[in-house]
Design a protein around this ligand. Structure first.
Ligand code: KE4
Length: 432
């Protein structure tokens, strides 16, 4: 039986000085119950908590760590860069080379601006879209999460879905007045909206594969349909690839699905585990950004040299040792095993998996279709919580929320995937 005494003690101290004891809500274990783990270190596929318990990590810091923890090549790059100073607030050659590498990886990105978080990236690509089109309305989709900037906190996923918050307090109605939220995977709803408001819509923003309501892939033809509608009405198509970028392919979901957006937000993996994100796209759009154009966006630590070094080491690793086929094969095999063991335990689940993103939805009936937020919300979050703890006790660390995706890393060896499958089989049996 695991001991979590030090985590529990730290949590008691944490809540005295940090809201909810955490620096990001979804870490709080609020929807799965119990005190959150406090982590001491990560190594390869493993996390070690302050009580010395070891876990196979299926979160990977919510996506960045596609090669696992403390990757030697990335650590070496960080250490080397830090010796030369941690921040200059001035241009560096590294930023130019990194921007060239991003543009080479994602052909739709002709110019890119580095920022420090996915929230900043999504907030900024939205402002660029409005500045370029001169229009104000934007379309987002229920269950998609694009960070916590005001205009995008409308029927968002991730922590808002986890805590059942329709929207966030503190966001005046005026801030989301221009945000139209539609169901994901419903092209008719988009057609109907554009038939009325098409001339006023600056952009359609979405996660091309959703991770923030749990993993939900686009229907066949959905992305192509959005591309056609936005082009026809002079609106921009914005792919939030903070999660999917460099995860589902080196060129992201847009490479995997063959769709070219006008702007892309990136984050997580491109920072190699450090605070670094980016937004970019068509040069004519990106040139509305200051100091070239009138749309203002700035950041003290944007393009931070240590974070850029980590990001460049990550991209180099991805180019030289692409993990995509391995992760696709192993994760698909794990998904099949999860479906099988849940069925044999008599537990209805739907497992959605795209590349190395995966979610086990505890649905009313087995293999139900989970295509949008309304479908995802039919899941039994309490049963997910029991499964989460059953897995945790057996040394596997899943996302502490039914409405998040698991991220498998290439640090997991085939034997680890087999171990996860075996542990899950045991955990399902505890749910009977
Ligand atoms: P950050 O500001 O957290 O770096 O990125 C916001 C963001 C933007 N777009 C997408 C598609 C995202 O998934 C995210 C952040 N994802 C969450 C996990 N669902 C981060 C974890 C957290 O909030 O602690």
């Amino acid at each position: 039986m695991q001991n979590h005494n030090k985590s529990a003690a730290l949590f008691e101290e944490a809540v005295q000085v940090i809201p909810g004891g955490v620096n990001s809500p979804v870490r709080a274990f609020k929807s799965v119950g119990g005190a959150p783990l406090f982590i001491e270190r990560g190594e390869g596929p493993f996390l070690y908590d302050v009580d010395g318990n070891r876990y196979l990590d299926l979160i990977g810091s919510w996506g960045p760590l596609i090669f696992g923890h403390a990757d030697p090549a990335i650590l070496a790059a960080i250490t080397d860069a830090a010796q030369r100073g941690t921040s200059f607030g001035a241009a560096t050659e590294g930023e130019v080379r990194f921007a060239e590498e991003i543009c080479a990886a994602v052909p739709s990105v002709e110019k890119v601006r580095l920022v420090s978080s996915g929230t900043e990236a999504a907030m900024s690509f939205l402002r660029a879209a409005r500045g370029f089109t001169g229009r104000t309305k934007i379309v987002k989709f229920e269950g998609c999460y694009h960070g916590h900037s005001d205009a995008l906190l409308s029927k968002a996923g991730s922590g808002l879905a986890t805590f059942g918050l329709p929207d966030s307090a503190g966001v005046p109605a005026s801030m989301t007045a221009g945000t139209i939220t539609l169901p994901y995977n419903d092209l008719d709803a988009v057609h109907e909206l554009f038939a009325v408001d098409g001339a006023e819509i600056a952009a359609v923003a979405l996660e091309p594969v959703v991770g923030n309501m749990g993993c939900v892939p686009p229907d066949e033809g959905y992305l192509a349909g959005l591309r056609e509608i936005t082009t026809r009405h002079g609106a921009l198509l914005l792919f939030d690839e903070v999660m999917t970028g460099f995860r589902l392919a080196y060129g992201g979901a847009q490479e995997r699905f063959g769709i070219t957006p006008d702007l892309t937000a990136m984050g997580k993996i491109i920072g190699g585990g450090l605070p670094l994100a980016a937004y970019g796209g068509r040069a004519d759009i990106m040139d509305v950004i200051a100091p070239v154009g009138p749309v203002y966006q700035a950041g003290t630590l944007s393009g931070n040299p240590v974070a850029v070094a980590a990001g460049r080491a990550m991209l180099k690793r991805l180019r030289e040792q692409p993990p995509y086929d391995y992760l696709e094969t192993q994760t698909a095999k794990l998904a099949a095993s999860l479906r099988e063991s849940a069925a044999s335990a008599g537990i209805p689940v739907t497992v959605n998996q795209v590349g190395s993103m995966l979610t086990i939805f505890f649905t009313p009936t087995a293999n139900a279709s989970i295509r949008n937020y309304a479908d995802a919300k039919t899941s039994d979050a309490a049963r997910y919580a029991r499964f989460f703890h059953a897995m945790l006790e057996r040394g596997v660390y899943l996302p502490p929320s039914q409405f998040e995706a698991a991220f498998l890393s290439a640090a997991l060896e085939p034997s680890h995937f087999d171990e996860i499958a075996a542990v899950a089989q045991d955990a399902f049996s505890t749910l009977r």
